[in-house]
Write a protein that binds this ligand. Structure first.
Ligand code: FES
Length: 252
């Protein structure tokens, strides 16, 4: 079992305040808010952003990279694009110092403050709760009868869902643009280009989303080629989600 490690003097961190400390080789974000001390991993579970560099408001820290928010008391992920809790650690005060003991897993005691009741809530063991898949849509069937245009392609793409969030890529705001032109190789058929972004440059779902996009559009008999271009500028932010996606994720 890990031991408590003295990380700083009590007087070093104002209230409210935060600092970055090292505990047994791991970087930990330490917070002093309303007379209490809290410690969580300095790692955003979306894509590794440094939480100690984020903006602290009451008991919430915002990841400086894409804005995911975490509860500093529990490590719970509160908003997209993070869906898993980061580890919270034990803190005690002794001999004028602040002491931190690493916990083995995410989650633990403290208020269950989850603004994402489905996507981000943690089980008692700290593992992400299962997410209910959205009801299947009939977008593809409907769109197959429509003329090929940006709107019909976007309808088709509503069947492509983020594998972690189970929200389609159109409502997530990942589809930046659709271009349709005549195929150079197959007369009478179309070349469809989709400009798409990811919630982060290293999004692990990227290859699957690209493959699913090509497969979904490529089913149309009037499409010869589907090209997917990954665009990271402008970067994705949660503001790009539709109301439908926000409702599905429980973000208000
Ligand atoms: S790395 Fe933290 S929100 Fe993306």
């Amino acid at each position: 079992m890990p031991e408590f490690v003295r990380v700083c003097d009590v007087a070093e961190v104002p209230d409210p305040g935060k600092t970055l400390v090292e505990v047994e080789g791991e970087m930990v974000a330490l917070f002093h808010v309303e007379g209490a001390w809290h410690a969580i991993d300095d790692v955003c579970t979306h894509d590794g952003g440094p939480l100690a560099d984020g903006e602290l408001r009451n008991h919430t820290i915002a990841c400086p990279r894409h804005g995911a928010k975490f509860d500093i008391r529990t490590g719970a992920a509160l908003t997209m694009p993070a869906v898993r809790p980061t580890r919270a650690h034990d803190v005690k005060l002794e001999d004028g110092g602040v002491w931190v003991r690493l916990r083995a897993t995410a989650g633990g005691d403290g208020p269950a403050a989850h603004a994402l009741p489905v996507a981000a809530s943690a089980t008692p063991t700290g593992a992400p709760a299962p997410i209910a898949p959205a009801a299947p849509t009939s977008s593809a069937a409907v769109s197959a009868d429509l003329p090929l245009c940006e709107d019909s392609v976007r309808e088709i793409l509503k069947e492509v869902k983020d594998p972690e969030l189970f929200v389609n890529i159109v409502d997530l705001g990942l589809v930046y643009g659709v271009t349709i032109g005549a195929s150079a190789d197959e007369p009478g058929k179309q070349h469809v280009s989709v400009d798409m972004t990811m919630t982060s440059p290293a999004c692990p779902a990227g290859p699957q989303l690209i493959a699913d996009t090509k497969r979904a559009i490529g089913r149309r008999p009037d499409v010869a080629v589907v090209e997917v271009r990954i665009v990271m500028d402008p970067p994705w932010t949660p503001d790009r989600m539709t109301e439908a996606a926000r409702d599905q994720l429980g973000i208000f």
